[in-house]
Design a protein around this ligand. Structure first.
Ligand SMILES: *Cc1c(COP(=O)(O)O)cnc(C)c1O
Length: 374
């Protein structure tokens, strides 16, 4: 395949503009420090991971073997019960969250889903897809769910199994709901039938190494976990991981003759390149490399918070968070630095590509815009 000249020029220009946009990116959680171009030869094939990654399938142009290694690695990081878990590489956090809620609904068809005001916007949509009853719970100012509101709301509906959608890093403030506290509420109320899903789309790529340690994983008592691959792991295509207790997945799986496999996933055809990308990151960085990236990024986040505060900007962040919250800067600053904003605040996401120099440069722009306005 070869492009006509003008089209080639269009592509070249597009690449150039991407390179430029990446230079001033601090607002979204996608890490840009990793280079996956070594996997380019695999673009020659359509790697389609249709079916269950652990099942047999008649189609062989897949990367199921890599997918199994990837989900096994994350089962370890999330302390999944030995021989009691199942998972696959998804299209991203949203699909993983849909999957978790689907398993919950099949377990408790009459259950009510509880999620906080700070949950990701896709949760309301997913609950509509699944036609699930749901109630929104207040958030605390720093973004964590309001446990008192959760307790009171569940208490007056004790006859209905609660399905709690917990945020392990809210989109805006990176607040982490505490699974141990949520289970404590169930115990206090003598509720035995409940389901907890961890939306770890944002923090799942690094939560295992955070201190203080969040209560978020299977050992803490969650039933399913969704993680995004294009955030901390910087995958060049949107992708994710979803893991669940095996008993929940067995309830929904059934064999399909056409693909010669069990239909346990949401999508039919699935992105096999994504599994290679995850695998490549795991093998090239190892747990140590990932930890190092995390610790360096946390240092930049602490630096940013400190620099902003010293400059008289009311900046703050949650404990061990990569997101630094600041009052929304002038529009031209938000545009240049691609800052996501809502309710008058913006967040600076200190993903591993964000350096101290970049923070300094952003700060200069914020101060310049402030001086002009004054
Ligand atoms: C990013 C995010 C999602 C959605 O994940 P995608 O991978 O973009 O589909 C869901 N929840 C939270 C908290 C997120 O930060």
């Amino acid at each position: 395949m070869q492009l006509p000249r003008p089209d080639q020029m269009q592509l070249d220009q597009f690449l150039h503009s991407l390179e430029q946009a990446a230079e001033t990116e601090v607002g979204y959680p996608g890490a840009l420090d990793l280079d996956y171009r070594a996997l380019a030869p695999f673009l020659r094939y359509c790697l389609n991971n249709i079916g269950d990654p652990f099942g047999e399938t008649s189609y062989r142009l897949n990367s199921h073997a890599f997918e199994r290694e990837v989900v096994t690695f994350y089962a370890g990081l999330t302390e999944a019960p030995e021989d009691g878990w199942w998972g696959y590489v998804s299209n991203g956090g949203t699909e993983g969250n849909l999957y978790g809620l689907y398993l919950a609904r099949e377990r408790y068809p009459d259950g009510i889903a509880y999620f906080s005001q700070d949950s990701h916007y896709s949760v309301a949509k997913n609950l509509r897809f699944l036609n699930m009853r749901h109630i929104m719970i207040r958030s605390q100012p720093h973004g964590e769910i309001d446990y008192e509101d959760l307790r009171e709301t569940i208490r007056i509906r004790r006859d209905v199994p609660p399905i709690v959608f917990a945020n392990i890093g809210t989109t805006m403030k990176e607040a982490r709901d505490d699974i141990t506290r949520i289970r404590g509420i169930m115990e206090d109320l003598a509720i035995e039938q409940y389901y907890i899903h961890s939306d770890a789309a944002l923090c799942g790529g690094y939560a295992a190494w955070l201190e203080p340690r969040p209560n978020w994983n299977f050992a803490d008592g969650t039933d399913s976990i969704a993680i995004s691959g294009h955030k901390f792991l910087g995958a060049p295509v949107p992708c994710g991981i979803v893991l669940a207790r095996r008993e929940h997945v067995e309830r929904i799986s059934h064999a399909v003759a056409y693909i010669g496999s069990v239909d346990t996933t949401i999508s039919g055809s699935r992105n096999g390149l994504a599994s290679l990308i995850f695998w490549y990151a795991i093998r090239a960085l190892g747990e140590d490399g990932m930890k190092q990236r995390l610790h360096a990024a946390l240092e930049v986040a602490a630096y940013a918070e400190d620099r902003f505060r010293t400059a008289g900007i009311d900046a703050w962040r949650n404990p061990a968070a990569l997101s630094v919250i600041i009052p929304q800067p002038a529009p031209e600053v938000c545009t240049k630095w691609q800052l996501a904003s809502s309710d008058g605040i913006s967040h600076v996401m200190c993903m591993p590509h964000v350096t101290r120099e970049r923070i300094d440069s952003l700060l200069r722009d914020i101060e310049t815009a402030r001086d002009h306005a004054a």
